[in-house]
Design a protein around this ligand. Structure first.
Ligand code: HEM
Length: 296
């Protein structure tokens, strides 16, 4: 297996591990971790792979910076930021963080966050092409594509890349529903279910209908982030939302301008377990290059 495959497999194994830790009794997964058994064994091995990969990347980068400094007499300076300054905020992925050992912990945290952010963005930047030679090189153009934004929101409403979240209150509180909660509790928010509730989205909640986001007269209809929860809401909402939207719109425009797409029929579509919603077997499509570009 190549190093890239190893890395991808490690992310999948850790994702599955996180998923199972949400549903398994704590004593059970802790026991499995202690004896190095089952899913926890996979998580342990995957952690080692991530550690190795990130460590190599950081060391290579350091070497690269040093050699640039030596050759030009200037550079970016040291990347050894004091540990306390780097670790004020470690985000919501403690299982992954705990695994990362003592070197460059926060640099690795950052790399991991960005890797996961890229994973949760269901497109790849490489496909975006060169904006210099494109007809849509301005944000203004992308912002006008309200139906496309609606289609992407609709896809992520029904298939949120982050399908659930687990939170705990920092102090005892009462939820708007009247439920009392305290810091010993885990509150799981099923974003996947929220996007499919009739009570929230109406009787056609299960239909893929980009038009629900577009008004003939007012253009794109923004809804509260507490309703469209795909990017979370409040102070810990996704910081990369607009980056993700711009990337996705760019890639879709580029693909649609250049290819006709046909989904291969008869495929088995099922989700892979994990904190990022992925297709277990991927999605096979036929791409036919268009003869000439046409605007969408
Ligand atoms: C479709 C793509 C994406 C989706 C659906 C998504 C969704 C989310 C969600 C649900 C959270 C909250 C996670 C939690 O609290 O446990 C989050 C956090 C975050 N996302 Fe994204 N994300 C996407 C793409 C990106 C991209 C491309 C970036 C970076 C360029 C990014 C950067 C972040 C950061 C930095 C946070 C942490 C915010 C904080 O804790 O204060 N995301 N994202």
């Amino acid at each position: 297996m190549s190093k890239v495959d190893d890395f991808g497999k490690a992310l999948n194994d850790i994702g599955e591990g996180i998923m199972y830790r949400h549903v398994k009794p704590k004593f059970l997964w802790k026991l499995q971790r202690w004896v190095g058994f089952g899913q926890e064994k996979k998580v342990y091995e995957a952690n080692a792979t991530l550690n190795r990969t990130f460590k190599k990347f950081i060391l290579d980068k350091r070497e690269d910076i040093r050699s640039k400094e030596n050759s030009s007499g200037e550079g970016w300076g040291s990347i050894d930021i004091p540990h306390e300054a780097r670790c004020k905020h470690l985000g919501g992925i403690p299982l992954l963080l705990r695994s990362l050992g003592s070197f460059g912990v926060c640099l690795k945290t950052l790399m991991l966050s960005l890797t996961l952010a890229k994973r949760s963005t269901p497109i790849y930047q490489e496909g975006a092409g060169d904006p210099e030679r494109s007809t849509y090189d301005s944000m203004e153009f992308l912002n006008k594509l309200v139906y496309l934004r609606g289609a992407l929101y609709e896809a992520m409403r029904l298939h949120p890349p982050v399908p659930f979240e687990r939170l705990s209150p920092v102090k005892p509180d009462v939820l708007p529903s009247g439920h009392r909660v305290d810091p010993s509790m885990k509150i799981v928010i099923f974003i996947y279910a929220l996007g499919r509730m009739n009570a929230v989205w109406g009787e056609d909640a299960l239909e893929f209908n980009p038009k629900r986001w577009v008004s003939e007269t007012r253009g794109f209809i923004e809804v509260s982030s507490s309703k469209f929860f795909t990017f979370n809401a409040g102070p810990r909402a996704c910081l990369g939302k607009e980056v993700a939207m711009t990337l996705m719109k760019t890639v879709v425009v580029e693909i649609l301008q250049n290819y006709n797409i046909e989904v291969v029929q008869g495929q088995k579509i099922e989700p892979a377990p994990g904190p990022i919603l992925r297709m277990k077997h991927g999605l096979r499509v036929k791409l036919n290059k268009r003869c000439s570009s046409s605007a969408i």
